[in-house]
Design a protein around this ligand. Sequence first.
Ligand code: SF4
Length: 216
Amino acid sequence: MKNDPSVSINEIFYSIQGEAKNTGKPTVFIRTAGCPFRCSYCDTDYAFTEGKQKKISEVIKYVKKFDTKYITVTGGEPLAQKNIKNLLELLISNSYDISLETSGLIDISSVPEDIEIVMDIKTPSSNEESKNIKKNLSIIKKTDVLKFVIGDKNDYEWSKEVLSENNLINFSNIYFSPVHDLLKPKDIAKWILDDNLKVTLQLQIHKYIWGNERAR
Ligand code: SF4
């Protein structure tokens, strides 16, 4: 490959997608290393420092060993990688069904149209709420996913307000996900039902399958 830049990779593994629209589907995860943020509930802090530069051609070659069309590019924060667009474009040209998990704290405008963005809007209990990029909510596509990780009632109320203020109450793919082991699923289920909120309650199924072990 003529232009073959590198991306810092923490791990590549084959597992069950535990979240969003492809929940339950066998998926290859490409986890980039590094993240400039520090969310209170982060469950991938090992990716902050553990990473190796890999040529994009090597990444694609490795991914091709797995017999699935589903790829999730996650982190860390993938959009903090200088060459992430090159990797995404090469995955697209190899006809994968790609989702990109990102924090909502970095501008998504350069993400190619063919990628499904799963954007984790940072709630107050993350301690990174002030860094949410408001513009991202106006450029997100109908097919993308908005995820709110909810740690308590205040996060829940705050998330409702964000949806209302940004005319997103009827957006198709909104997931409210309780912080595992912190907020009881039945508590958030009750709030959603009481408010008749048009969101999907998401329990991260990989945590039920593997607990707090790495999902592979
Ligand atoms: S943005 Fe994601 S990887 Fe970074 S600290 Fe927050 S949860 Fe962890």
